[in-house]
Ligand binder design. Structure first.
Ligand SMILES: Nc1nc2c(ncn2[C@@H]2O[C@H](COP(=O)(O)OP(=O)(O)OP(=O)(O)O)[C@@H](O)[C@H]2O)c(=O)[nH]1
Ligand SMILES: [Mg+2]
Length: 310
């Protein structure tokens, strides 16, 4: 990843480079699509809504184009301060994008959150494409009706039908993006696929395992931070992370009976972090109660989000 910058291949003489923002309601498959477009796990995925919390960039090369994909938090009607920060960052991504891809879950169809997003498409200056995702779950005739209904709602330059999970249609989508990027020099070395610091990537992986393990309300009341990252002489890394929750009762849930839950989360996270950084990892997880962390500006800085005033 970032460490390999020195070995970069130079950009071709007639280069293209641009930003593609992936937006949509929660759970439509934005992060899965980002990972499929880049061909590596950059952004965490879970069956729960509101998994992605901040903008995550994944970088790919297609021909002479460098594509910088921006995965975004799902857009929904925000209630809490954290929701507002997440939704604000998602809309913000559309302002800096050369192309905006609006994802719709083709299986679920047009829901309230999609409606609200469609109503604001006029505010996006960049060209827009429509991406119907999860087509592996839908019959063809339904897709055609949905395509028609959506294209009546906003001016999309093109419509794509993909399955981010199986990879179906993703190559065509990527070619389209590449052909529509503006001319300009590459912004990243050719072999760089992410710009996230490893500490952040590691914290996200642990949060994913927490989400996958605990299915109740809890995930939204938790956040993970990497406190210590120490390279050891034997080539391994010692990583210490804190899982913040809001109440003692939640801390007990994360720990589990005899510490079983946290142990399982730690084991799963350690394996994935080690694979991501290609080094052996010693992972130490701590769980702390921090009441109202959702109103603490420092937590937002750690997540890469702006702190909304209210
Ligand atoms: N069947 C099917 N499931 C998919 C597809 N793409 C994503 N999913 C599943 O949908 C769920 C949500 O995927 P994510 O990629 O986390 O969705 P997201 O839009 O990033 O969600 P938020 O970050 O919460 O906004 C996961 O369980 C994915 O495995 C697809 O093409 N087909
Ligand atoms: Mg996501």
């Amino acid at each position: 990843m970032a460490e390999t910058a020195e070995q970069a291949t130079p950009a071709p003489p007639i280069a293209r480079c641009g930003f593609v923002a992936l937006i949509g309601a929660p759970n439509v498959g934005k992060s899965t699509l980002l990972n499929a477009l880049v061909g590596a796990k950059i952004s965490i995925v879970s069956p729960k809504v509101q998994t992605t919390r901040a903008l995550i960039r994944g970088i790919a090369i297609e021909g002479e184009a460098q594509l910088i994909f921006v995965d975004t938090p799902g857009i929904f009607a925000p209630r809490r301060r954290l929701d507002r920060a997440m939704v604000g960052s998602a809309w913000g991504s559309t302002q800096d994008a050369d192309l905006v891809a609006l994802l719709i879950d083709a299986h679920k169809g047009i829901k309230d959150d999609d409606e609200a997003i469609l109503n604001k498409q006029g505010e996006i200056r960049a060209a827009k494409v429509l991406v119907l995702n999860k087509v592996d779950l839908v019959d063809k005739p339904k897709l055609l009706n949905l395509t028609q209904a959506l294209n009546e709602r906003a001016a999309f330059a093109a419509t794509f039908m993909v399955s981010a999970r199986s990879g179906d249609g993703v190559a065509d989508l990527k070619s389209f993006f590449a052909a529509h990027m503006p001319a300009g020099p590459w912004l990243y070395p050719a072999d760089q696929i992410s710009d996230a610091p490893l500490r952040q990537l590691a914290a996200e992986i642990t949060r994913e395992k927490l989400y996958l393990r605990l299915h109740q309300e809890l995930p939204y009341q938790s956040t993970v931070e990497t406190d210590v990252w120490k390279d050891l002489k034997d080539g391994s890394v010692r990583i210490e992370q804190t899982i913040y929750v809001e109440r003692e009762s939640q801390r007990k849930i994360v720990l589990g009976k005899g510490g079983q839950t946290i142990k399982a989360i730690g084991a799963a996270a350690r394996t994935d972090i080690a694979a991501a950084i290609e080094q052996p990892v010693h992972l130490f997880l701590f769980v702390k109660v921090r009441e109202g962390w959702g109103d603490d500006p420092e937590r937002y800085r750690e997540m890469g989000l702006e702190f909304p005033k209210e």
